[in-house]
Write a protein that binds this ligand. Structure first.
Ligand SMILES: Cc1cc2nc3c(=O)[nH]c(=O)nc-3n(C[C@H](O)[C@H](O)[C@H](O)COP(=O)(O)O)c2cc1C
Length: 168
């Protein structure tokens, strides 16, 4: 059975996790957007690392069109939500289940750097931060605290490669 690692990223966090995972387990690695259906014929086991934007894992809908149902998928979402953000994680999980109901899932925390963001993203992040600042501390999701930090001090980085051990 062939195993491959796929990643979909905008700013690199998912790629960092995917490369470390692929290197440590000696699996080939490919970027989602560049991989063709032909290259996937022999793959049975797929680890898909995708960044989360607006609750959705990047590229997953496109990916669904490229592969058949016989593949075993593990989907690793990478975002700023933490394990405490159950509501946010449930939203991510729901999106994954719509396309891949059978897939195993793992969530890892990524990073966000103000300078890497495009203007529309900066505006969204600013709006989230402003809304979050109006909440009392106990009501804030960890993702909101992280986004406040990005706006105030320009970056957050929760990448922890040791967390890759959670992936079976
Ligand atoms: C506009 C925007 C929307 C985001 N939405 C989410 C989200 O819904 N859930 C989440 O956990 N993280 C969210 N994030 C944080 C990213 O998932 C996080 O920065 C991730 O590490 C980015 O991955 P990448 O570097 O591979 O692109 C968002 C970030 C931006 C800029």
């Amino acid at each position: 059975m062939t195993t491959i690692v796929i990643y979909a990223t905008k700013k690199g966090s998912s790629e960092i996790y995917a490369r470390e995972f692929a290197n440590s387990r000696h699996y080939p690695i490919l970027e989602q957007a560049q991989v063709t259906s032909k290259e996937l014929i022999t793959a049975r086991n797929i680890y898909y690392f995708g960044s989360v934007y607006a609750g959705k894992v990047l590229g997953l809908e496109e990916w669904k069109k490229k592969i058949d149902d016989k593949k075993e998928m593990t989907i690793v979402s990478v975002g700023l939500s933490s394990k405490n953000d159950q509501e946010k994680l449930a939203e991510i999980q729901k999106g994954i289940s719509e396309d891949f109901p059978e897939a195993a899932t793992v969530h890892l925390r990524g990073r966000l750097v103000k300078e890497q963001m495009k203007l529309p993203e900066k505006l969204i992040v600013k709006m989230i931060s402003m809304a979050s600042k109006k909440k009392i501390e106990q009501e804030k999701f960890d993702i909101e605290k992280a986004i406040e930090q990005v706006v105030d001090v320009s970056c957050v980085d929760f990448i922890d490669l040791a967390e890759l051990d959670r992936i079976i």
